[in-house]
Design a protein around this ligand. Structure first.
Ligand code: CMC
Length: 436
């Protein structure tokens, strides 16, 4: 963080003295006005619900230029990573700052692979859930419960604990998501198979049974790996900020990541892939492609509360570069699975076309986001709709950890403690019960 040549001057119309505020520059992107001393100097807070203009931290992990539709992990464009690297290489990049060389890749893969099993006791914990529990309810519980099983990696201030918890989380998330799935369908859990790739192993744990051999389909394996890469990090989004805020109290890494899982569940965030597919299902039930016009009318009506799920983004106001890559994968997977004529996929494509031409969406710069296509791809792979957000959580875990570790290592980090503009009752006396 570099001090800029200019300063910001804040002046007041009531005659209070104006103050100068330092401005800092990053390597790219908007400068920031440092308001840390504002309250001390003026007795004022700033007000920014939704963090529309607030940088909550400095970070060197992920950069997004929403106007250009650019996404960089540690400087590398997402398009190059999605085309030339696999997910574990991307994990190494996010965690350690650089892509691994061949030896580092082998060692990192081995390290992660060594931790893919979960404590056998976890399955008894899982049994406490109803069979029809939502997978994200299960995941919030299971990830939080890891802190009860791995006591040697719960001290967030100990770099070795952070390192081992990072590897454990990356290694065990696929196992936990697959266990959550197998539990809800009543099938036996499949243990990890460490000679498979990260994505291949996940497919195996999801879809294999002990009764017959399961052969991993390379097209689906690559598609899933791409989903993981595209979701691996996304700078200071809601769940990442949740992880940082939760971790800022010094809580253990598993608890902080469980908080991220809980936040991701919401339909405005990671839950959008599930919500998008449910939306398509609803339109399909009401009559399919013929009903798109009626549906779009509802979306445009502000009083209906209906949104086109999988469209729009807080930061991308041009296009979501992840969506472009996911769209390619979507075509490959639909072709591989012979699903090009599936009515739901046809509906999705028709909806996308109409929305992209409609003035309401064009004028508001609302484009399909990654979740619109990732939901379609996951459904084609055979992943049940309620599990979509859990797959997103699996992929985002590395980003959450990288951001959490970066925060702990930042000498400027403090416990997060936002302030407020109070609009409730001022001091008043409790009346006796008979007078209330
Ligand atoms: N359908 C219809 N109208 C929309 C949509 C949508 N999906 N998204 C935004 N708008 C409208 C919104 O009503 C507003 O209109 P107006 O200016 O007339 O009031 C305008 O577009 C600007 O929207 P906003 O609500 O100010 O935008 P935001 O930055 O606060 O919200 C968002 C971003 C992603 C929450 C929102 O676009 C949305 O709810 N999309 C659907 C859910 C979704 O797909 N989320 C996944 C995001 S990508 C994955 C991730 O990062 O988790």
């Amino acid at each position: 963080m570099k001090l800029a040549d200019n300063k910001a001057t804040l002046s007041f119309s009531n005659g209070s003295p104006s103050i100068d505020l330092p401005v800092y520059q990053g390597n790219v992107g908007p400068d920031v006005v440092d308001i840390r001393k504002l309250y001390g100097q003026t007795g004022l807070f700033t007000y920014d619900p939704g963090f529309m203009s607030t940088a909550a931290c400095q970070s060197s992990i992920t950069y997004i230029d929403g106007d250009k539709g650019e996404l960089l992990y540690r400087g590398y464009p997402i398009e190059q990573l999605a085309t030339n690297c696999d997910y574990l290489e991307t994990c190494h990049l996010l965690l350690h700052g650089e892509l691994p060389n061949a030896t580092q890749k082998r060692d990192f893969t081995k390290l992660v692979t060594n931790h893919t099993m979960v404590n056998e006791q976890m399955q008894f914990f899982l049994r406490g859930f109803r069979r029809d529990a939502h997978p994200m309810a299960i995941m919030t519980g299971l990830v939080g419960a890891l802190s009860a099983f791995y006591h040697d990696s719960t001290d967030i201030n100990n770099p070795q604990h952070r390192e081992i918890s990072a590897i454990r989380l990356i290694a065990k998330m696929p196992t936990l998501v697959a266990m959550a799935y197998k539990y809800t369908v009543g099938q036996p859990y499949m243990y990890p198979k460490n000679d498979l790739s990260y994505a291949g192993n996940f497919l195996h744990m999801m879809f294999a049974t002990p009764c017959e051999e399961y052969i991993v389909n390379p097209v689906l394996e690559r598609a899933l790996d791409r989903i993981f890469i595209l979701h691996a990090d996304h700078e200071q989004n809601a769940s990442t900020s949740t992880v940082r805020l939760c971790g800022s109290s010094g809580t253990n890494p598993f608890a902080a990541i469980a908080a991220g899982v809980a936040c991701l569940w919401g339909p405005a965030h990671g839950g959008a892939n599930e919500a998008a597919l449910n939306m398509l299902g609803d339109i399909q039930k009401q009559g399919g492609v013929e009903k798109i016009g009626e549906f779009i009318k509802q979306v445009k009506d502000k009083n209906s509360g209906v949104k086109l799920m999988g469209f729009g983004h807080r930061v991308y106001k041009n296009y979501d570069p992840r969506a472009k890559l996911m769209q390619e994968t979507c075509k490959e997977v639909l072709h591989e699975m012979g699903l090009e004529n599936d009515p739901l996929f046809k509906l999705a494509m028709a909806l996308e076309k109409i929305a992209l031409e409609d003035d309401y969406f064009v004028s508001r710069k609302l484009y399909p986001n990654v979740d619109f296509y990732s939901g379609i791809v996951q459904r084609a792979i055979g992943i049940p709709v309620p599990l979509f957000t859990a797959v997103f959580a699996l992929a985002r875990t590395v980003g959450w950890i990288a951001q959490l570790n970066e925060m702990i290592g930042d000498p400027e980090y403090k416990i997060g403690r936002p302030r407020q503009l109070f609009t409730g009752s001022t001091n008043r006396q409790v009346p006796p019960l008979a007078q209330r």
